[in-house]
Write a protein that binds this ligand. Structure first.
Ligand code: GRG
Length: 307
């Protein structure tokens, strides 16, 4: 097993290769126009913790799978995550001006191009996933096509209308008074907009590495708890941190009357909730031995994360 920093570096290198500078634009069919490339690079290469791709890679590693074959799926996960951040920051959504320590995409490129940068990252992620399947099938006699397809399905399911987009819809609707604000809505929203992307990443890793049924169940349970913990801590940080440390604006949840763990339960209970999700994640890992220590440390560290 590697460290979080090492998995994040693998994801970073893959993204830098995908979004490397190319020869001058010729206007040829299938070339990416420079403005589109620049606007996508601006956000996807702006740092970020690279948690989702790192977790995908760490699951593959934990189960003895092929890390090299998982690099494109990991990068695709981060591209989808970055698209969601660009769109979330738009004036019609959270209307934010700071992300990953920089002005948000639409502040630099304008709303229209920021929408396209997000659309571009999303579509290119799936194009790369499909291209990678064909390349791996051509290269490797023992390529596990069904496993790869299941991994893609997990990514699409969790990023899509039953996952992250569902969560974001609930978020927006609650803010606009179009849906009831209560504990079950909060849970549905946080499962969708946050936990699903961790579930998608880890379950993709599980299928790429041929996890057994009991391993899949444990990984799903851990990822769900991890996501709920991550969002509970995010809600706390929005109320208690500062833009310099977080790299994004703070205090917006309260100002916009957002439905969060903090608005519903207050700081102390939100901390308790985070501890409970941490315990749930650790319980799920009982399926594994020391090979899952990376994930034990990760979830414990998340409770006290500062950014
Ligand atoms: C626009 C379809 C659509 C979805 C947007 C993910 C999302 C839905 C919105 C982002 C805003 C938000 C608070 C999402 C919850 C998940 C979250 C805390 C994202 C930030 O993830 P980090 O902290 O960010 O991993 P970095 O920058 O480190 O990658």
């Amino acid at each position: 097993m590697k460290t979080l920093k090492q998995y994040a570096a693998l994801a970073e290198d893959t993204l830098r290769e995908i979004f490397r500078e190319t020869t001058p634009y010729q206007g040829q069919m299938y070339e990416i126009p420079p403005l589109l490339m620049d606007s996508m690079r601006y956000s996807v290469l702006a740092g970020g913790k690279r948690l989702r791709p790192s977790m995908l890679l760490a699951v593959v590693d934990m189960l003895g799978g092929d890390l090299d074959a998982a690099l494109i799926p990991a990068a695709a996960m981060e591209m989808i995550h970055t698209y969601s951040l660009i769109h979330d920051d738009l004036p019609g959504m959270d209307d934010d001006t700071l992300r990953r320590g920089r002005p948000t995409n639409h502040v630099v490129y304008g709303v229209g191009q920021a929408i396209l940068a997000g659309d571009g990252l999303l579509n290119h992620a799936y194009m790369l996933l499909l291209w990678n399947a064909r390349a791996l099938a051509e290269e490797k006699a023992d390529f596990d096509y069904p496993g790869y397809l299941r991994a893609m399905e997990e990514i699409a399911l969790n990023a899509g209308v039953q996952g992250m987009i569902a969560g974001q819809t609930i978020d927006l609707a609650c803010e606009q008074g179009k849906m009831p604000v209560n504990e079950s809505m909060l849970r549905a929203m946080q499962l969708g907009k946050t936990a699903c992307m961790f579930v998608g990443a880890m379950m993709a890793g599980a299928h790429l590495a041929g996890a057994s049924d009991s391993q899949q169940k444990a990984i799903f349970r851990y990822a769900k708890a991890f996501g709920l913990l991550f969002q509970a801590v995010d809600d706390l940080l929005d109320a208690q941190s500062d833009p310099g440390t977080l790299g994004k604006s703070v205090g917006k949840d309260a100002r916009s009357g957002k439905l969060t763990c903090m608005s519903l339960f207050g700081a102390e209970n939100t901390r308790h909730l985070a501890d409970e999700w941490c315990a749930e994640g650790l319980e799920a890992l009982k399926e594994f031995g020391p090979e899952a220590d990376f994930f034990r440390t990760l979830i414990i560290d998340m409770v006290d994360r500062k950014s």
